[in-house]
Design a binder for this molecule. Structure first.
Ligand SMILES: Cc1cc2nc3c(=O)[nH]c(=O)nc-3n(C[C@H](O)[C@H](O)[C@H](O)COP(=O)(O)O)c2cc1C
Length: 155
């Protein structure tokens, strides 16, 4: 079974829960499975362990921003920077097939903002977004988009 690599962050478990369900869906519908690594667990003694990623992957990232409204204040990223460091390391950004943002719509204009900031900074696209743990509809739609991206990898 083909494995799809995902690097992500989850602090309160919503993104992990989404990825578990997405993995189940991929196995049932596409005969592919996800290998999802929570980059938060790669931090040792307060330092991120960055390494070369030599195969294509997707990034999943909830927004954790400090206060503000996302327009003129409050776009300081907190807690999710280990993923930023991993993607920024070496040529890792070049292997990213896109980022999926998550968040809470109560944050209005700041909804999923960090994923958009990464996309701009690192030069890949925001593949999609979902709220909290996501829904069945989100899973189906996002799986389709990821699968399409995989078929477009140049050989
Ligand atoms: C301190 C804090 C700041 C947050 N900031 C944002 C934000 O700016 N935009 C947004 O869409 N969601 C924001 N959220 C909501 C989280 O992104 C959302 O709960 C997400 O599902 C958390 O994912 P996780 O459970 O995988 O860690 C924030 C949550 C917390 C606790």
């Amino acid at each position: 079974m083909q494995t799809i690599q995902v690097y992500y962050i989850s602090l309160s478990g919503n993104t992990t829960s989404f990825l578990k369900n997405l993995d189940r869906y991929f196995q049932q519908e596409y005969q592919k499975k996800l290998k999802y690594v929570n980059v938060k667990n790669l931090v040792k003694d307060g330092k991120s362990l960055a390494f070369d990623i030599k195969k294509h992957y997707f990034a999943f990232l909830p927004s954790y921003l400090e206060g503000g409204n996302g327009i003129d204040t409050g776009d300081t990223e907190i807690l999710t920077t280990p993923l930023r460091q991993l993607i920024a390391y070496s040529k890792n950004r070049e292997y990213c097939l896109g980022i999926v943002g998550s968040g809470n719509r109560n944050f209005n204009k700041q909804f999923c903002l960090t994923a958009h900031q990464y996309a701009r900074e690192f030069g890949f696209s925001v593949l999609d977004e979902f709220e909290l743990k996501g829904t069945e509809t989100d899973i189906k739609r996002i799986a389709e988009k990821m699968d399409r991206q995989l078929t477009e990898i140049p050989v």
